[in-house]
Structures are given as structure tokens and as C-alpha cells.
Design a protein around this ligand. Structure first.
Ligand SMILES: Cc1cc2nc3c(=O)[nH]c(=O)nc-3n(C[C@H](O)[C@H](O)[C@H](O)COP(=O)(O)OP(=O)(O)OC[C@H]3O[C@@H](n4cnc5c(N)ncnc54)[C@H](O)[C@@H]3O)c2cc1C
Length: 472
């Protein structure tokens, strides 16, 4: 009904109006639209970086989780309290990537990000950059509304096109175009889209654990005994060592499954990225100097639709990946005993499937506490096998990688979005709801800070193109 009623001349509806935006994808869409003279409103469920910093401080110091302002939600999005790696697989020298890097420099990032092979900012710099960006955007007339959650996208009853949003307090906001850039953790909004008949499709993602090693051990593996000292905790002439490992299991129950390191944080720490306490989830961050004594990385394997399907809620099948994530995160929270305590196991014990001894655990950077748990029982058998077999292989490449000093933390289940909001390849609108621009990681079109920002620029370009052609 909605699809068939799309009027051929609907482009004529574009006029200056409000757009709903958020994190790197939303902010860069706002930037391009505002610089083109469009009127933009940013709705952000979390808080501005200053207040968000205090909320995160309370989480680290007093275990107080603010469900609306945390490591996932708030100004700058999920990548703000992160390592701030600016590496991307979408082409370092593409016009959009260059535009994003130049904008970051204009907002205060060091110029070396324009030339470094592996540019990174660190949380401390990101916070300052976001403050400057906000001031600039406000100067262009962008209205920021923090602490405001969008509950659903509204559709015109005649055309089915997006015509604004309903906020959590019930207020209805009209808009000519809606940029939906809500990240991969806005599960309620995804469910609301499904209920509004917006087309969603399962998207493969990866899940597993975070593995942590002493940074000094990695420096020695990568540079050798002779040169490792030149790293000097991030202050020396050699960069803090990193790694990248990947494997596809050749045979056995996990045949064909991939396992790889993800979002490696040299000199970093493992942090809680839960948005509610009974769904435990972790990630990694670091400061610009990368000076902590630990290195952590995601150690993840692909989750296929077949893995996720048994967890689907009736009527919400395209969201089975979300149900899978929820299941894993709830089980991990139970294993940890609650209060965001993380279950851990040494790599050696994970391989031999024995619970580690609490008194001999290596130290962890995770500040809310760790407890030994049977991590080998958390995931479906094939996923566990893929990670176990790959770990053994990685240990041959980087001796000690799977040894007694390697501590596995659970779970890393939000590497990317488990669902895609299908969109038209050219106009970038939802295929089932015109004037809705699903953008960034949560919509399934980005996997990191830079690619999300580029996708925001792309959405803005298409909105401006549609507006121009409507005026012509
Ligand atoms: C701890 C951590 C470390 C990371 N490290 C790196 C890294 O070093 N390098 C890298 O490239 N990537 C990193 N990532 C991934 C990166 O952060 C994401 O890929 C990127 O932020 C995605 O951008 P986005 O704009 O699509 O979504 P997000 O950044 O998730 O932004 C979405 C925004 O929407 C807001 N929002 C959500 N729902 C609603 C709603 N209903 N109403 C209003 N607002 C809403 C959220 O509060 C958030 O601000 C990291 C992620 C985490 C969690």
C-alpha cells in the first residue's frame, strides 16, 4: 500500500526543513547540509561530551551506568571514548575520506593524520575536536537537542514517505528528510522501524571476545628483545606495537569459518559498552599516547544467519542478529555475576576448556572487575571451535598469543550492525520509505569512525541533489 502510493513527483516535497542526525555519520551529514545552507536539527539521546565525560567517570569510579549517556550514547557517538583509529578499508585517498580527515584537522586534530599510515587520535583529542565541531555547527545554525531520544520515524499516511520523528516524550517533529544515523546499539528504534514496515535484512556480523596481553610482551614479539625498549610506554621513538591476525578454519565442525582480530587497541584498556546492566558488552579504548601496560583486541568470528535464526523473536525475524547478541550479552552478564563484572579465562584454559584459577589470573585493564568463567560455553559450538582453532594458529605466528599471559574477556558482540536498513543504491533512501536516509554503522553501511562519517557526507549529498532537482 505504502510502496505503491509513492507519487512520481514526490521530489517536489523537498524544502528546507529539519533533519534528524547523530554520531560521526550524523555529524558529518549535519556539517555538509548546514554548510549548504540547510536547516538542521540534531537529536541525540545522550549528553554533550562534557557531561558525558562525567557520566562515564561515574561508571568507571562508582559503577553507575547511565542508560542514556555512556560509551555508546552521547555526543560523537560510539567512537568518542575509543582508540580513535582513523584507518578505513574504503580507500585512504578517496575524496570523501580526505574531506573527513581535513575536517578533523580543521577542528583541531594534528596534521599528521593526513599522512600517517595508521592515523589515530585517542579519546582525549576526540573530546576536544567534538567541542570545536559543535561550536562551528552551531555557528552555522545547527540546533543540537541533547538528551532527546527518537522513538520512531513517522510516515505520511498517504505516501508512506518519512515525514518526521516521534520523540520518546511523545512530541511529534515534522521533517522534510530524516537521516537515521543511530548506530548499532539503538535496538528499540530498529524494532520500531520493523513495526513501521521499513525493510530490514539480516546482515552477517562478527562476535567473540576481547583478548588482552601485556603490551611489553607484544613489543618484544614485534620488535625483538633488542629494540622493544625503544617503545618506552608510548614515549619512545618506536610506535607501541600492534598486530592483525586472521584465519579461515580449513576443516572440521568449524570449516569455512573466519576468525580475526578486530579494533586492536595498543596501550589501551578494555571498557564496558553496555547500555543496560543485564546486557554485558565490552570494547577497547586508549588515549593518544597509548601508554597503558596492556594491549587488547577483539577476537571474533562470523555469525551467520543460520547461527542467529534460532534466537529470533516471532514476527521480528530480520532482527534475529539482535536477539542473538542480546542472548550472548545476557548470558555473559550472568556468568560475570552482575554489576558489569566481566567473565574471563586465560587463552590456555579456553583451549583446554577449563575454568581459570582466580588466584593465578593475569592482571586486567578492565576497571569494573573480572571473574573466572567458562567462556568456552558462551557461544554455539562451531563459533567456539573456530576461535579455538584460530587461536592455536595465531600462537604460532605470535608466540605467547595464546599463552598463560593472554586473558580472554567476554563478550565482544557488537562489532557491527547485525541488520541492514535496505536503501536505494543511488538515492540512498530506504527502499520502502522515501525521504528516510538510513546512514552509518547502525544502518549497515559503515564499520568505523571514518567510514561512518563518509556515509554521512554521502547521505547529505543525496539530500541536496534531491532538493536541487525538485527546485529545477
Ligand atoms: C569503545 C569503542 C571503541 C571504538 N574504537 C574505534 C576506533 O578506534 N576506530 C574506529 O574507526 N571505530 C571505532 N569504534 C567503532 C565506531 O565508534 C563506530 O563505527 C562509529 O562510531 C559508527 O558511527 P555512527 O555515526 O554510524 O554511529 P554511532 O557512533 O553509534 O552514533 C550513533 C548516535 O546516535 C545516538 N542515538 C542512538 N539511538 C538514538 C535515538 N533513538 N535517538 C536519538 N539518538 C540516538 C547515539 O547516542 C549515538 O550518539 C569503536 C566503538 C566503540 C564502542
Amino acid at each position: 500500500m505504502r510502496r505503491s502510493s509513492r507519487a512520481a513527483g514526490r521530489r517536489g516535497r523537498y524544502a528546507r526543513g529539519r533533519k534528524k542526525l547523530n554520531g560521526p555519520a550524523g555529524l558529518f551529514a549535519a556539517l555538509a547540509l548546514a554548510e549548504a545552507g540547510e536547516r538542521v536539527t540534531v537529536f541525540e539521546r545522550g549528553q554533550p561530551v562534557e557531561e558525558r565525560g562525567r557520566d562515564i567517570g561515574a561508571l568507571f569510579a562508582r559503577r553507575q551506568l547511565n542508560e542514556e549517556s555512556n560509551l555508546c550514547y552521547g555526543e560523537g557517538g560510539a567512537g568518542t571514548w575509543s582508540d580513535g583509529k582513523l584507518t578505513t578499508r574504503i580507500g585512504r585517498n578517496s575524496e570523501r575520506v580526505r574531506a573527513v580527515l581535513h575536517a578533523l584537522v580543521a577542528f583541531g586534530a594534528p596534521e599528521n593524520i593526513l599522512v600517517d599510515g595508521k592515523p589515530h587520535l585517542g579519546t582525549d583529542r576526540l573530546v576536544r575536536i567534538l567541542r570545536t565541531a559543535r561550536k562551528y555547527l552551531e555557528g552555522l545554525g545547527v540546533e543540537f537537542r541533547f538528551g532527546v531520544r527518537c522513538a520512531r520515524v513517522n510516515r505520511d499516511p498517504n505516501t508512506g514517505d518519512a515525514c518526521g520523528v516521534t520523540l520518546a516524550d511523545g512530541a511529534v517533529v515534522a521533517a522534510k528528510a530524516v537521516v537515521l544515523a543511530a548506530g548499532h546499539s539503538s535496538r528499540g528504534l530498529m524494532e520500531a522501524l520493523h513495526e513501521e514496515d521499513v525493510k530490514l535484512t539480516y546482515q552477517s556480523f562478527a562476535a567473540g571476545f576481547r583478548i588482552e596481553h601485556p603490551q611489553g610482551m607484544l613489543d618484544t614479539i614485534q620488535y625483538g628483545e633488542k629494540y622493544a625498549g625503544y617503545v618506552d610506554g608510548g614515549k619512545g621513538p618506536l610506535p607501541v606495537a600492534d598486530y592483525r591476525v586472521a584465519n579461515t578454519v580449513p576443516d572440521g565442525v568449524a570449516a569455512g569459518r573466519a576468525c580475526y582480530s578486530f579494533c586492536m587497541c595498543p596501550g589501551g584498556q578494555i571498557v564496558p559498552t553496555s547500555t543496560v546492566e543485564d546486557e554485558l558488552c565490552i570494547n577497547g579504548m586508549s588515549f593518544s599516547k597509548r601508554s597503558s601496560k596492556w594491549a587488547n583486541s577483539g577476537l571474533v568470528s562470523t555469525i551467520t544467519e543460520r547461527d542467529a535464526k534460532p534466537f529470533a523473536d516471532e514476527g521480528y525475524e530480520p532482527l534475529c542478529g539482535v536477539s542473538f547478541q542480546r542472548h550472548i550479552e545476557r548470558e555473559a552478564a550472568i556468568m560475570g555475576g552482575g554489576k558489569l563484572v566481566v567473565p574471563v579465562q586465560t587463552a590456555e584454559d579456553f583451549l583446554s576448556e577449563t575454568v581459570s584459577n582466580a588466584s593465578t589470573l593475569p592482571s586486567s585493564s578492565y576497571r569494573l572487575g573480572v571473574v573466572p568463567g567458562p567462556l568456552h560455553e558462551l557461544y554455539p559450538r562451531e563459533v567456539t571451535k573456530a576461535i579455538q582453532e584460530s587461536l592455536a594458529r595465531f600462537d604460532k605466528q605470535l608466540p605467547g598469543f595464546a599463552g598463560s599471559q593472554a586473558l580472554i574477556h567476554a563478550p565482544e558482540a557488537r562489532t557491527s550492525s547485525p541488520v541492514r536498513i535496505d536503501r536505494d543504491k543511488e538515492t540512498l533512501e530506504s527502499v520502502s520509505c522515501r525521504a528516510l536516509y538510513p546512514t552509518g554503522e547502525g544502518a549497515g553501511y559503515a564499520g568505523g569512525i571514518v567510514s561512518a562519517a563518509c556515509d554521512g557526507l554521502a547521505a547529505a549529498t543525496e539530500i541536496l541533489r534531491a532538493y536541487k532537482s525538485a527546485q529545477a
